[in-house]
Ligand binder design. Structure first.
Ligand SMILES: [Zn+2]
Length: 380
């Protein structure tokens, strides 16, 4: 065969190969779009449940891990979380609009949060502090440890927002996550060896003023039994802090369809902190808990935690934050178009979005239940 003919044959084969590859790419794009629906819509939870069943990994991204007996005990605790309850708590917070600090709707939201916690049987407390010379408040509650009440983990979300919408995602989604975990643990059927504090920070948006006030006021009180011999510890010794801020939206950047295929729960610690190594270890516990107990979305660990209420804790105790996106690399590059906008509304988000927040709740509670030795009483 003459050399020129051979080259032509090769070119023709290459051309066909390119055509086939192109056709496959077009088919795949359309196939994926058909599966996921139009922008902002996506597969509903009901559709997913019909096809895959509840509690299954819908995306096939999490590898199976054989559960130990200890893991199974944790799973019984995580199973108390309820997706619809989580959504309703987000909805409850959004009835107060953006809950901007210093407004009446902010004060009403604090009262509402306190009512929820009390309705589940918790005693609540409030931190009083000043912001620019004016009085401010924030509310917390505690699951008291049965055998080591003088030690605790703190989990937090901020209840204030901004943007003139409903601050549904920032940070209704994180505040509701903390409340849903509190609800799941409230029953006397659930015991924890160590204590857990549920913190609903105020004044996050003005510069972490609420969480800073907490650290300033309460750090010196850690581990003091009051009154002596009572077994009561107003401020148990801090073992770690886990913050939740913007939990639901991971649609890629630029934004594509309802949840990117690689949507995940981002766990961050701060490398430039006194407790970096211990915080990384806490973060790894969360990643491992995610693999075992989260149903839909994987977890990823990185080291640039920033602009969130775990920052005031990070030189004192192991501290991490959970988010829909890495704060500096992704959120900071406008990965969420609703951030601080009037469109941060309950109705903006689909069940795929709420489910990402719910997976973060499964992640945190999975790690936490192991750390505080949470148990559901047998037969419950
Ligand atoms: Zn926030």
């Amino acid at each position: 065969m003459p050399r020129t003919n051979m080259n032509r044959a090769r070119l023709e084969r290459l051309f066909v190969a390119v055509l086939v590859a192109g056709a496959l790419m077009v088919w795949r794009t359309e196939h994926v779009q058909a599966q996921r629906g139009p922008r902002g819509g996506g597969r509903g939870a009901a559709q997913n449940e019909r096809q895959f069943g509840r509690g299954r990994n819908l995306r096939g991204v999490l590898g199976g891990v054989p559960l130990t007996a200890a893991d199974s005990a944790v799973q019984n605790v995580v199973a108390r979380l309820d997706f619809d309850s989580y959504k309703e708590l987000v909805r409850g917070l959004t009835q107060f609009g953006d809950r901007e600090q210093g407004t009446e709707r902010n004060a009403q939201a604090i009262d509402w949060i306190e009512q929820q916690l009390r309705s589940w049987g918790y005693e609540t407390g409030r931190i009083q502090y000043e912001y620019r010379g004016e009085p401010r408040e924030e509310v917390y509650a505690t699951k008291v440890g049965s055998t080591v009440p003088g030690e605790m983990y703190i989990i937090g979300g901020h209840m204030d927002g901004r943007g003139a919408g409903e601050a549904a995602n920032d940070d209704g989604s994180g505040a509701a996550l903390v409340l849903e975990i509190a609800r799941a643990l409230a029953s006397s059927e659930v015991t924890t060896a160590r204590s857990i504090r549920f913190a609903l920070w105020n004044n996050e948006e003005t510069g972490l003023n609420g969480s800073r006030a907490y650290v300033d006021q309460r750090a010196p009180l850690q581990g003091i039994e009051e009154p002596a011999g009572s077994g009561i510890y107003p401020e148990p010794r801090w073992l770690g802090m886990i913050q939740h801020d913007m939990m639901m939206w991971d649609h890629g950047n630029p934004v594509t369809y309802s949840q990117a295929l690689d949507a995940d729960v981002d766990v961050e610690f701060q490398l430039n902190s006194a407790m970096a190594e211990e915080s990384a270890a806490l973060g790894l516990r969360l990643i491992n808990a995610n693999r075992k107990f989260a149903t839909d979305y994987p977890g990823v660990l990185s080291n640039a935690m920033s602009n969130t209420d775990s920052s005031p804790f990070m030189d004192l105790v192991p501290s991490v934050s959970l988010r829909e996106n890495r704060r500096l690399y992704e959120t900071g590059n406008r990965a969420n178009p609703h951030w601080h906008q009037p469109t941060d509304l309950f109705v903006t988000f689909s069940d795929d979005d709420f489910r990402l927040g719910f997976n973060a709740a499964q992640t945190t509670l999975g790690a936490l239940a192991h750390l505080v030795e949470a148990r559901v009483a047998p037969g419950m």
